[in-house]
Ligand binder design. Structure first.
Ligand code: NDP
Length: 333
């Protein structure tokens, strides 16, 4: 079975030389185990944190060991009573062709509800991140003005549409013209900023949100957070979901330089980790399913073909290569 291993810890932007593909022999499955052939895997910005030395809220990846992450595969052999040959399952052993399991942390998914890879995106961890951030952290109220950074990405694209479904005024930022078009035409948000084409993000934001921002859904940190703080309303909320602009930094970020505005404007700023909210997964699916069926939530996938190209797919996240959820197709069946 082929797998991608971490060869060295990236310094700054990761490069393909930090990764290598290896072949390993799989031992037969024991009683109470099953074997899965991966079809899809997810690459996510948080994986960059796990490539650093030292544990954060998740343990660091080990050198010369396979990487891990969300994946969807099919059970091809089973000696476990709850998992049948042919079942499609969601697991956490991506970056490889095959994996064995005793079922811990593995969920059978329903291929009738949506294409299976959606359980890595809109109906999976990233969709749930959007939902938790808006509902549990921001406690979003109808009619609010919401600013979303990395708005066309896996999390951001769902944030935009959930906020629109609550009749909010939504402003999104992204870094490519086709992403700007998608946000306006498909996600149906009210205003868009191509942050790479402005040198005054705060000014642009103030122009698009003349009554100020009530909720900032932060996926980027740094200069985006600084601009948002400038335009936030008193008693607004900054949902701290991610700070991708800082993940490859070798020096501490300069922005935000205006953090005092959190006090002056009595802003509530709260970070969260979606994994702490997994008990709400059923509620999330129940709320998402009708929105998906009604076409109120749509999504895009950017698909990279072949396990061997997974490192490039991952690195591309930091270059904005993806529209919507970035996936890697490992095998077709
Ligand atoms: P995305 O699909 O949004 O992919 C990353 C996108 O970020 C890129 O396409 C790019 O789009 C943008 N980006 C990359 N570098 C920069 C930069 N320097 N400045 C501004 N934008 C940049 O990824 P996800 O949706 O999976 O994740 C979005 C954020 O949410 C990340 O920060 C991630 O860490 C966080 N997250 C947090 C979770 C939690 O539990 N707290 C769970 C899941 C994700 P563009 O072209 O617009 O620049």
């Amino acid at each position: 079975s082929k797998q991608i291993e971490l060869v060295s810890r990236p310094d700054g932007i990761p490069s393909p030389s930090n990764f290598r593909m290896e072949s390993v022999e799989l031992s037969p499955i024991a009683d109470g185990e099953f074997l899965v052939k991966n079809q899809w895997m997810s690459v996510d910005p948080y994986m960059r944190g796990r490539m650093k030395e030292g544990d954060s809220y998740v343990p660091a990846f080990k050198i010369d060991e396979p990487l891990e992450g969300g994946c969807i595969g099919q059970v091809v052999e089973s000696r476990h009573k709850d998992y049948q040959k042919g079942d499609m399952v969601l697991g956490n052993l991506g970056w490889r062709e095959y994996w064995k399991s005793n079922g811990q942390g593995v969920t059978v998914v329903d291929p009738e509800l949506a294409p299976v890879q959606a359980y890595l995106g809109a109906l999976g961890m990233t969709g749930m991140t959007a939902w938790v951030g808006l509902n549990k952290i921001a406690e979003l109220q109808s009619g609010s003005t919401v600013f979303v950074s990395a708005a066309s990405g896996a999390v951001g694209s769902i944030v935009c549409q959930l906020a629109k479904a609550k009749d909010c005024h939504v402003i999104g930022s992204a870094g490519k013209p086709e992403k700007i078009d998608w946000l306006r035409d498909k996600a149906g948000i009210d205003a868009v900023i191509n942050y790479k084409q402005t040198d005054d993000l705060a000014g642009e934001l103030a122009r698009l949100a003349p009554n100020g921002i009530d909720v900032y859904f932060d996926n980027v940190g740094s200069d985006h957070l600084e601009a948002a703080l400038d335009v936030m309303n008193d008693f607004g909320c900054c949902v701290e979901c991610g700070m991708i602009a800082t993940y490859n930094a070798t020096d501490p970020p300069a922005a935000p330089r205006n953090l005092f505005k959190v006090i002056a404007k009595r802003i509530r700023m709260q970070g969260f980790i979606v994994m702490d909210h997994m008990d709400a997964r059923q509620q999330f699916i129940q709320e998402m399913a009708p929105l998906v069926k009604a076409g109120k939530v749509v999504w895009e996938e950017t698909i990279t073909e072949g396990l061997e190209h997974a490192p490039e797919a991952f690195i591309g996240l930091f270059d904005g290569d993806n529209l919507g959820k970035q996936l890697v197709r490992i095998s077709g069946d």
